[in-house]
Design a protein around this ligand. Structure first.
Ligand SMILES: [Zn+2]
Ligand SMILES: [Zn+2]
Length: 259
């Protein structure tokens, strides 16, 4: 019994990722599955490592395999770009870049290095920039809530998919191993950019209502008992999210019936 209580308390601390601040009332709105990503001829991935931070290779490969499974299976992973930033500037940089493609927080040489590389990639939502960081908060400043990951939504000023990960929080996930935690967070953030959960029937604030889904927000005590203790943490999308992804994939190459 004591062991179960410890699991419950620890799992309560496993806070799921939160998206950018959402408009009030966004709790109950459907979203669209991403045609751009799922039907892309080619998806380009650019990993960025800040101050030497990276994801475990095994977890990275796992998440790329999932991405391939739900898209056209043509994912190109580019060489990691290494950036150095003052710890106090990291959060600011990620938010400015994630929201508006702004690299102003970088030193000139680093700005040039990244801009040059980005210019070789398609400037649209078939490019995913994955930023590994030693610190990540909800707000632009470092005073907000600490996050495991963030997926910036599609914006007029930022055509790329930008996702960022907080190594300290992921490595510090209770109960599961670092590698397991990375697998979940990496795949979860891809899920946000793929647009699942889509339908309001299982979508609450862009997280899945199914406890057995990798898009579930944060484990509550029921999920600990039903999922964590009995079946283990979810490493894939639930049947409903998977069906939404597969449905889009099947319709990617439907002949255009317009006259
Ligand atoms: Zn999330
Ligand atoms: Zn789901």
């Amino acid at each position: 019994m004591k062991k179960i209580m410890i699991y419950v308390v620890l799992a309560m601390l496993l806070v799921g990722c939160k998206l950018d601040p959402k408009p009030v009332g966004d709790e109950g709105r459907s979203q669209s599955v991403s045609f751009d990503l799922i039907c892309a001829n080619e998806i380009n991935i650019l990993p960025i490592s800040i101050n030497g931070t990276t994801a475990p290779k095994d977890a990275f490969d796992f998440s790329i395999a999932k991405l391939k499974k739900y898209t056209t299976d043509n994912v190109i992973v580019h060489k990691n770009i290494a950036l150095t930033l003052n710890e106090s500037d990291i959060n600011h940089f990620i938010h400015d870049f994630g929201v508006s493609n702004n690299l102003n927080m970088l030193q000139e040489s680093q700005k040039e290095l990244l801009r040059e590389k980005l210019n070789t990639l398609p400037q649209n939502s078939t490019t995913i920039v994955m930023i590994y960081t030693p610190t990540l908060h909800f707000t632009r400043s470092t005073e907000g809530r600490s996050l495991r990951g963030i997926a910036f939504g599609k914006r007029a000023d930022q055509p790329l998919n930008v996702v960022a990960y907080n190594k300290v929080n992921i490595d510090g996930a209770p109960v599961i191993s670092k590698n397991q935690a990375w697998k979940i967070v990496l795949t979860h953030e891809f899920g946000h950019r793929l647009g699942v959960p889509a339908n309001i029937s299982h979508n609450k604030a862009k997280h899945c209502t199914s406890r057995e889904c990798i898009m579930y927000s944060s484990p509550d005590w029921q999920s600990v008992v039903s999922v964590l203790l009995l079946n283990g943490m979810p490493y894939d999308f639930c049947d409903l999210c998977e069906a939404e992804l597969k449905d889009m994939k099947q319709n990617c190459f439907m002949p255009n019936i317009l006259p």
